[in-house]
Design a protein. Structure first.
Length: 288
């Protein structure tokens, strides 16, 4: 069974916690369906006692973290009086004593919890807590990007209205997808995004005012040399009206780099202006 990109992201966050925070044990998971957290990823554990453990908001250390949406730590899990003890058996089976839990918050909603632990009852200092918080923030960013990617992909699986204004929204979504793709670490999801971009660019007919679909732009008289992915990204930003500086911010590039890609794309397209380059790219089926 192919594992999800989210599982890979969680595992990577746990490894970062252990390496940066000096934590011998780390584990965690994301909330599923309802508001229940299921421990899905383990790192440094000696048993499988914690795997698939279901954490209810308010119960135990992780449940308190979910309910309060902030980090908590206990020096001795079993003796702590600030948490409830529904999960003592599993924690004891793994031999854990000092435990911290950090929430993963995406768009003001707790999406998961990362735990770090020691096998001795010692006070957890700033280093492990900082490492756990940093790992949670990176995981939050990964999940935000993944959520946005899925949202934009959904646009391409819906019937496209022939209203020209709706078509412009699709073009804007196309631009967002192109800008988002390089940030996706999951190769399958990244390829899905780029495939969706190609599909919408190929369907580059314009929409008529009265519900009629007009013919696509006529193809270029001379075949267009293939453009590099970043050249298409820059043209996509330019097509939305972005300046070089705005395109640079959107794509995470320097303005000089954007200018270089644009100049290269214009040369390949035989265009003398930015507008000509956009029109030529649309004729070639590179932009919607």
């Amino acid at each position: 069974m192919t594992e999800s990109g989210e599982a890979v992201d969680v595992r990577a966050a746990l490894l970062r916690m252990r390496r940066s925070g000096g934590l011998p044990v780390a584990f965690g998971g994301l909330l599923s369906g309802g508001r229940q957290l299921r421990i899905s990823e383990l790192s440094g554990t000696e048993t499988s006692a914690l795997r698939t453990l279901a954490i209810t908001p308010g119960n135990g250390l992780g449940g308190k973290t979910i309910a309060m949406a902030r980090p908590f730590a206990v020096t001795d899990y079993h003796a702590s009086r600030v948490i409830s003890h529904e999960y003592d058996q599993a924690v004891a089976a793994e031999g854990l004593r000092s435990v911290l839990a950090v929430p993963v918050v995406v768009r003001s909603r707790v999406r998961g919890v990362l735990y770090g632990a020691l096998r001795q009852p010692m006070t957890l200092g700033d280093r492990p807590l900082t490492a756990a918080v940093d790992a949670a923030r990176e995981l939050e960013q990964s999940l935000t990007v993944r959520d946005e990617a899925h949202r934009l992909l959904a646009v391409f699986h819906q019937p496209v209205s022939v209203d020209p204004r709706a078509w412009e929204e699709v073009r804007e979504a196309h631009g967002e997808l192109r800008a988002l793709a390089p940030r996706i670490t999951d190769p399958r999801l990244r390829q899905a995004l780029l495939t969706a971009c190609g599909r919408i660019a190929a369907a580059s007919g314009a929409a008529g005012r009265d519900g009629a679909v007009l013919d696509p732009l006529p193809p270029p008289a001379v075949p267009v040399p293939p453009l590099a992915p970043r050249e298409i990204d820059v043209l996509t930003a330019v097509a939305s009206g972005a300046t070089n500086a705005a395109a640079a911010r959107r794509l995470g590039l320097r303005p000089e780099t954007v200018k270089s890609y644009l100049r290269s794309a214009m040369r390949k397209l035989g265009a003398h202006t930015r507008l000509e380059a956009v029109v030529s790219a649309r004729r070639a089926g590179l932009l919607p």
